[in-house]
Design a protein around this ligand. Structure first.
Ligand code: PTJ
Length: 244
């Protein structure tokens, strides 16, 4: 559906259309539509803008990615549909690999995502060679299958995630940077750096932060950053409550 520019919810509805066309093109799982709806609700609560706490997390993520030895961007159906160009730009700037790794396992969808990323300019996309398969210990879903040259060997990972895998990947010694609009999710709470922002806005900001970042270690406390994110949401709601 073409959304008229004059519509007061033009930006949000356009993002929704990207997910719906991703579903129609076989990139997004049915469940991905629900996950997106959950994200929309949280985006509403944060005021559909990048919060100060997210900017701090983005700067820490940029330094962490630029100082990583072997960083990997783990791509699912939703992020492939929402920001293929940004995935490729981020991979280029940070010399990261790209791997497709799905929660709702489906070989056909995986192939479509790889093709979609290659059409958008990706040179190499890992995750489809059965001879490179390795397993993450401590996880039972098909998502445990990872590429030996990608997630298996990575020191820093940047996915739109599920909670179980974040803990298992942390147990395997990896640093996890994640985007999650829900600061209360298990992924958000378990990751090392959680960017509480819509990937659509956050990926662009992360790319420009990587262009500017000095490769100097930063101190970042995810618990504190999440507490600030929750405070910012609370203050936003309080402001709305007094204006209502
Ligand atoms: O393509 P697959 O098979 O790998 O499946 C992908 C989904 C997203 C369906 C799968 O990983 C899943 O079920 O995820 P969850 O457990 O629903 O978690 C998705 C999280 O992403 C939720 O906490 C949402 O709030 C958050 N989220 C949704 N849309 C966005 C988002 N965070 C940032 N930006 C968004 N646009």
């Amino acid at each position: 559906m073409k959304i008229p520019k004059s519509h007061p919810r033009f930006v949000s509805l356009n993002i929704r259309e990207k997910i719906v066309s991703g579903y129609n093109n076989g990139l997004v799982a049915k469940e991905g539509l629900l996950a997106h709806g959950r994200g929309e609700a949280f985006d509403y609560l944060i005021g559909e803008r990048t919060m100060r706490s997210a900017r701090t997390a983005i700067n820490a993520a940029a330094v962490t990615l630029l100082t990583a030895k072997n960083s990997v961007i783990s791509v699912n159906g939703n992020i492939a549909a929402l920001c293929p160009k940004e995935i490729i730009q981020l991979a280029k700037i940070t010399k990261s690999k790209i791997e497709v790794n799905l929660f709702y396992h489906n070989e056909d969808r995986k192939k479509k995502i790889v093709k979609h990323l290659k059409n958008a300019g990706a040179k190499q996309v890992l995750g489809t060679n059965p001879r490179s398969n390795r397993k993450i210990i401590g996880i039972d879903s098909p998502r445990r299958i990872i590429d030996k040259d990608g997630i298996f060997a990575a020191d820093v990972l940047i996915p739109l995630e599920d909670g179980d895998r974040t803990q298992a990947l942390k147990n395997a010694g990896k640093t996890i940077i994640t985007f999650d609009l829900n600061p209360l999710s298990r992924t958000a709470q378990t990751a090392d750096i959680t960017i509480v922002d819509n990937v659509i806005r956050g990926m662009r900001l992360l790319i420009s932060a990587c262009k500017k970042a000095k490769t100097k270690k930063v101190s970042f406390n995810n618990r504190k950053a999440l507490a600030s994110a929750i405070s910012e949401i609370k203050n936003n709601l309080k402001r709305r409550a007094t204006l209502a």
